[in-house]
Design a protein around this ligand. Structure first.
Ligand code: AHG
Ligand code: MN
Ligand code: MN
Ligand code: MN
Length: 327
């Protein structure tokens, strides 16, 4: 498997992708190129974020997205940058973005892939210098190449993802992704401008002592969720909640923990979006040995019905997720 490839920590993302590609016939050259395009988009967004306070791209944009959220300027900038990088790459025929209601056509009708993305995750943390992220999910299109993509290409279901991952703009910038065979993490060496393999074959601890949830909503959760949170506290677990899904998920992936965004009275279907938040992180969770549930079954088994639908999510260390969703 890819994990058995003799790829030491310290190799560049390009080398890693090339080596995985030659080891696997299914890892086509196009998918490799697409992953490189995503890395480029990540570097560009990383640059924008780093200077946001200097060039007047911090703060609100005065607009709302399709979910009725206030868009931040960086939400828009990241959206534009990501779309541009994927257009230029040529492997993607269409994109679904948190920031746009309809499918975005790249003009590359011969592209074999579609990408669902959350260009900038953790909007509320942009202006206060706290970690934010980007989330992406890749499918091979089901409609014929040479014709426009349709919603069918995006509504294949989580198990049909061919790759998924995230970029975390934190104390360092990291790209974490899986093409279905293990999860690997790359840290951006800012001086070289290269992502370097730093976290090889990440394995999610089966159990942990961190719980990440917006406890301000406690009285709005189901009694079963309240009981789980009470148990966490009785055991003296650590509460850790950034409010940036990517950052919270990444911490728990490395250290062992659970992230919950259950349904609330205000959002009975939860807050997070299935296609570009829940599915990709569920994919990473499962490929690293963790679990992701909507409270009833695996997130990846949910049959999707629309591009921007939401889902409750319980994701992270397998034993914790199992316990949290027990009736
Ligand atoms: P986004 O910034 O992409 O709209 O996502 C926001 C999400 C997620 O990053 C975070 O975990 C969650 O919203 C926080 O929500 P609360 O403020 O309700 O806790
Ligand atoms: Mn948003
Ligand atoms: Mn988000
Ligand atoms: Mn977002």
């Amino acid at each position: 498997t890819a994990q058995e490839l003799a790829l030491p920590v310290g190799v560049t993302l390009d080398r890693f992708i090339m080596a995985s590609q030659s080891a696997f016939p299914y890892a086509t050259g196009e998918l490799s190129q697409l992953l490189r395009d995503i890395a480029i988009a990540g570097k560009i967004i990383n640059r924008e974020i780093n200077r946001a306070g200097l060039v007047d791209i911090a703060g609100g944009n005065g607009t709302e997205n399709v979910q009725g959220e206030n868009q931040q300027k960086l939400d828009i900038v990241a959206n534009i940058r990501f779309i541009r990088a994927l257009k230029n790459g040529g492997e993607v025929c269409a994109i679904l973005s948190e920031e746009e209601e309809d499918i975005i056509y790249t003009g590359n009708e011969h592209g074999k892939y579609v990408v669902a993305m959350d260009p900038l995750d953790g909007s509320s943390n942009i202006d206060v210098n706290v970690s934010i992220g980007t989330i992406f999910s890749i499918y091979r299109r089901v409609t014929p190449t040479g014709s426009p993509a349709t919603m069918d290409d995006f509504l294949q279901g989580g198990r049909k993802q061919v790759a998924a991952g995230y970029i975390l703009y934190g104390s360092s910038t990291m790209l974490v992704f899986s093409t279905g065979d293990g999860v690997n993490g790359f840290t951006l060496d800012q001086s070289l401008g290269e992502f370097i393999l730093s976290h090889k074959n990440i394995s999610s601890p089966n159990n942990g002592t961190i719980f990440s949830v917006n406890e301000g909503n406690y009285y709005s959760y189901l009694p079963s969720v309240q009981k789980y949170l009470d148990n966490c506290k009785q055991r003296g677990y650590s509460a850790r909640y950034i409010g940036s899904l990517v950052g919270d998920f990444h911490r728990n992936l490395l250290k062992g923990g659970i992230y919950l965004y259950p349904s609330t009275k205000k959002d009975p279907k939860g807050k997070l979006r299935l296609l570009y938040e829940c599915y990709p992180l569920a994919f990473i969770a499962e490929k690293s040995g963790g679990k992701a549930s909507d409270g009833f079954g695996a997130i990846l088994d949910i049959v999707p019905t629309s591009g921007h639908q939401r889902s409750p999510i319980y994701v992270g260390s397998a034993a914790m997720v199992k316990e949290s969703v027990q009736p």
